[in-house]
Design a protein. Structure first.
Length: 339
């Protein structure tokens, strides 16, 4: 069957299975879902008496069908996913949702690519950080299917009667409380992944001053790149790594920090980021292909290429000053008179 037939049959069969499972009416409809880093056709399933539903990605399900998966198995699995998600959805108080004062303690920040989400960013309050954008979400809670959250839109902002500036200020106060910053050396991260507590057993007990790479995220490692917007993140990271550093956007969930010890250049780091994004990171999890730099002395966060330009300009100015000073010195062959 073609895509349109698949979509229609999927909606009908999932509705039938869901109602057989629950013994009550469910609403099933198709729509286009626009999310950060991703737009897809979705099958939205929700109980008849509920405003909260679950979205099933029709585009991916059709890819499974084209790859040879039986249609009946696709329907069965989709219905099971929807049923589990609805059964474990976080409690949602609609009246509280209408009240900003009741919701602002659920605010968190996320950082996404401004270019990849250009159209969606027109509909949501955001603040630019170089070629990235800070967006805001209400975090509702964790379920078996993941973390439930609601993206704050311009319409929500109007309904609440607050400004984007107030939203940003409240989010920066609250986000570190509900999503605390975590900065770990790569040795610590690898040891955790291997289930080892004693770093010495793996030869990873590296003194902080010798650590070559750090990982910054939040507890739970979900949308951890948002720490880039935290008020004291840059200085905390500088304290941890011992000075200025480069930032590599590993994904929307975490960033890598590399001390600026003179051993790395922007071009090689950018090539590394592009290669990892192209071969390893799922497109929906990618942040950017850029590399960033924090100058701990000047307290400036910027694209690494801007840092190099700024440094080169500063060095050129110093060299120019040195030439002027040298030329201005008295010369014996000119009678000892300064020019």
């Amino acid at each position: 069957m073609n895509y349109e037939e698949f979509k229609e049959n999927l909606a009908n069969d999932v509705k039938e299975q869901m109602e057989a499972r629950s013994g009550s009416e469910v609403t099933v409809e198709t729509r286009t879902v626009e999310k950060m880093n991703e737009t897809y056709d979705a099958l939205t399933v929700k109980p008849e008496d509920s405003i909260i539903g679950v979205n099933l990605n029709i585009t991916k399900l059709y890819e499974e069908y084209e790859d040879g998966k039986d249609f009946e198995d696709i329907v069965k699995d989709a219905a099971e996913v929807a049923d589990n998600a609805l059964s474990n959805r976080p409690d949602f108080n609609l009246e509280a949702f209408k009240d900003y004062d009741s919701m602002k303690d659920k605010l968190a920040v996320e950082v996404v690519s401004a270019e990849r989400n250009k159209d969606l960013l027109e509909t949501v309050p955001h603040k630019d950080i170089e070629d990235m954008a800070v967006v805001y979400r209400f975090v509702l809670g964790d379920t078996q299917a993941g973390t439930g959250s609601i993206l704050v839109t311009n319409q929500l902002l109007d309904n609440y009667g607050i400004t984007a500036e107030q939203l940003h200020e409240d989010a920066l106060k609250n986000a570190p409380e509900i999503r605390p910053l975590v900065i770990e050396g790569m040795g610590e991260v690898l040891a955790k992944q291997m289930g080892v507590d004693d770093l010495e057993m793996l030869g990873l007990n590296i003194p902080p001053e010798q650590e070559r790479m750090f990982v910054a995220s939040v507890e739970g490692n979900v949308h951890g790149a948002g720490v880039l917007a935290y008020q004291n993140f840059m200085d905390q990271a500088a304290d941890r790594v011992g000075g200025s550093f480069f930032i590599l956007p590993s994904s929307i969930h975490e960033v890598l920090i590399i001390p600026d010890n003179g051993k790395f250049d922007t071009t090689s780091l950018e090539n590394m980021v592009r290669e990892v994004n192209a071969t390893t990171v799922d497109p929906t999890d990618q942040l950017t292909d850029s590399v960033y730099h924090y100058d701990a002395e000047a307290k400036i966060f910027e694209l690494a290429e801007k840092f190099e330009e700024r440094t080169a300009s500063k060095e050129a100015d110093l060299a120019k000053d040195d030439k002027i000073k040298e030329f201005s010195k008295p010369h014996k062959d000119r009678g000892g008179e300064a020019i």
